[in-house]
Structure formats: C-alpha cells, structure tokens
Design a protein around this ligand. Structure first.
Ligand code: ADP
Ligand code: NA
Length: 301
C-alpha cells in the first residue's frame, strides 16, 4: 500500500550560534562556530512523514544557493521526493538563531524563497498536491496561497492537515477544510481570535464549533488533545529525558500525516505521532533527531 503525503510548505537553513548573552544595540559579540541545520516547518514535516514510512513529496521554493543544495540533500537523505521543489530568484529561507545560556533563544527568520510560493506557483504544482492522500500545509508560506490551496484541495476530496503555525486568525471557510487542524495552545487562541479562559478540551470544542472537521492541540510534555465528531480526548505524552525540543511539533505533524495516509483513525495517528515526537526530543536537532518507523514501533511496544 502506498500512502501518499504531500507537504506544501517552507524550507529554511537554520544558522545557529551560541553566544554568552544577547547583544545590545551597536554591540559586537563573539559567538561559537556556526552550526548549519536543515529546518523550516515544511521540510521538517516532510522529513518526519518520510521517516515514519510514507511516500512523501515536498513542494516548496528555495533559492539558487548552497543552502538550497544542503536542504534538498537532507530531504533526499530522509527519503523525501524533491523533484517538485522550485528554485526561485530570492535567497533560500533562513532562520538566524542565537542560543543563549538562559535557554530563551532569539530567532530572526528571513522567509526569502518561501514567500515566492504565490497562488500561481501553487497552481503549477496542483497536479502533485491534488494526488495526495494527505496534504500538509503550514503558515510559513503566504497565507493567501494556503487559503487557496486548502480550499481547492478539500473541494476536490483531498484530506488536508493544516498546521496553523506561525499563528494566524483563520476564516471559518479555511477551518472547514481542515481534517485535522493542528495547533499548539497559543496558536489555538489566535486561530479563534479569542482570549477567553478555557480548558484545552474547551478550546478544541471551540475550534470544532468554528468549523474545523477535526482538531489536534499539542501541549508539549502534557501531550495532545484530539477532537472530532466522536468527541474530545487527551492523549498523554511519553515521559522522556528532554535534550532538544526543536522540531518536535513538526515531527508530530509529519507522523500524524503519515498515519492518516495509511488509513489510521485520528486517535491512533496521534498516538503514533506522540511516540515519534517523544523520541525526537531525546536528541539534538530537528530532522536529525527523527526516528524511523521501526524505532517508533519498538518504543511503543
Ligand atoms: P510546538 O513545538 O509546535 O509548540 P509541542 O511543544 O506541543 O509543539 O510538541 C508537539 C508534541 O511533541 C507534543 O504533543 C508531544 O507529544 C511531543 N513533545 C513535546 N515536548 C515533549 C516533551 N518534553 N516530552 C515528551 N513529549 C514531548
Ligand atoms: Na530533537
């Protein structure tokens, strides 16, 4: 059985430097050697889906630079098809990350080529994403593009997993296409445009009432809330020794998409994703910490 996951989204080169503290205006600080990691939510989610065992294709846009070659090579190594990736005139997306001893990382993202994915480019790629069993999108590409693709894909019967990150308020028309919408607690509130006091279960119910066909709210070490027509339920996280949570949410999204494409129900998909992301937080990095399917199954057993 071929389970077909398409990810239309972002790819970023993560440039990481450790510094003793945040520099102030006008100051020059010496940091560590530069570390280069593959990142961007879309690329991470595609890598996770492929590691979990789905036939996965990444659809995005990178520049004509060395970072692009690096990102595409990493995706190919993870087993992701990259022949649908466009090369544009703008530089490859970049995240500049300062790691400070307080653990409060400072990050500047330059979206670059990711923001070249306009509706016209997405339409050129439509034959690919309309063939998906599960189409994954996030909001690191232009919102207008996501709104267009989500609407058209759902209308043509493609199952859409929208990870509304970074957070944005979403129209009910967009929510009605999401099966599921995946958000963290903060993003759930922004999507709803609501700051009322609510439990996580109530937030999930609110998102369903706002139109989402199904919803998953991730809660870090507390697990995730799953909601659909069958009700709302908490899936607890695994207790693990945390080393680096970077990209845990992306591992979760990719793994969920893989399981849904394989025909799992949403609760079972979230259980698998919870295990995959638990393993991911026990080692450094994002994509480099994603286990393969055998490792996830061994962990669950
Ligand atoms: P995001 O980074 O998008 O905010 P979360 O932090 O909610 O995402 O993490 C996504 C999922 O990864 C969680 O639902 C959980 O299953 C798993 N996870 C994250 N942090 C931990 C942790 N400290 N221990 C175990 N699992 C974790
Ligand atoms: Na990790």
């Amino acid at each position: 059985m071929v389970s077909n996951v398409m990810v239309l989204g972002s790819a970023n080169a993560d440039l990481v430097v450790e510094v003793p503290r945040r520099p102030s205006g006008g100051e020059t600080l010496l940091g560590s050697d530069l570390h280069l990691f593959p990142g961007g939510k879309g690329a991470n989610q595609a890598a996770a889906a492929a590691r979990a065992g789905a036939a996965t294709r990444f659809l995005g846009c990178v520049g004509r630079d060395a970072h692009a070659d690096f990102l595409l090579q990493n995706l190919a190594d993870a087993g992701v098809e990259v022949d649908g990736v466009r090369r544009g005139e703008r530089p490859t997306g970049t995240a500049m990350i300062l790691l400070t001893p307080d653990g409060e990382n400072s990050i500047v993202v330059s979206p670059g080529a990711n923001y070249s994915i306009d509706v016209a480019m997405a339409e050129e790629l439509a034959p690919a994403w309309l063939a998906a069993d599960v189409l994954v999108l996030n909001l690191e590409v232009p919102l207008e593009t996501v709104v267009h693709v989500v609407g058209r894909a759902a209308a043509e019967g493609v199952r859409v997993l929208l990870n509304a990150a970074p957070a944005a308020h979403l129209d009910p028309v967009v929510l009605q296409a999401c099966d599921p919408l995946v958000v963290n607690e903060y993003e759930a509130r922004i999507v709803l445009g609501s700051d009322r006091e609510a439990t996580f279960e109530e937030l999930a119910a609110d998102l369903l009432a706002a139109g989402a066909r199904s919803v998953v709210i991730t809660l870090g070490a507390a697990g995730a809330v799953v909601g659909d027509a069958d009700g709302v339920e908490v899936v607890p996280a695994h207790r693990v020794e945390v080393v680096d949570t970077t990209g845990a949410g992306d591992a979760f999204v990719g793994a969920t998409a893989c399981e849904l494409a394989r025909g799992a129900n949403l609760r079972d998909a979230v259980r698998f994703a919870t295990a995959m992301s638990a393993i991911a937080v026990t080692s450094k990095g994002a994509q480099s910490s994603y286990p393969d399917r055998d490792a996830v199954e061994a962990f669950i057993r």
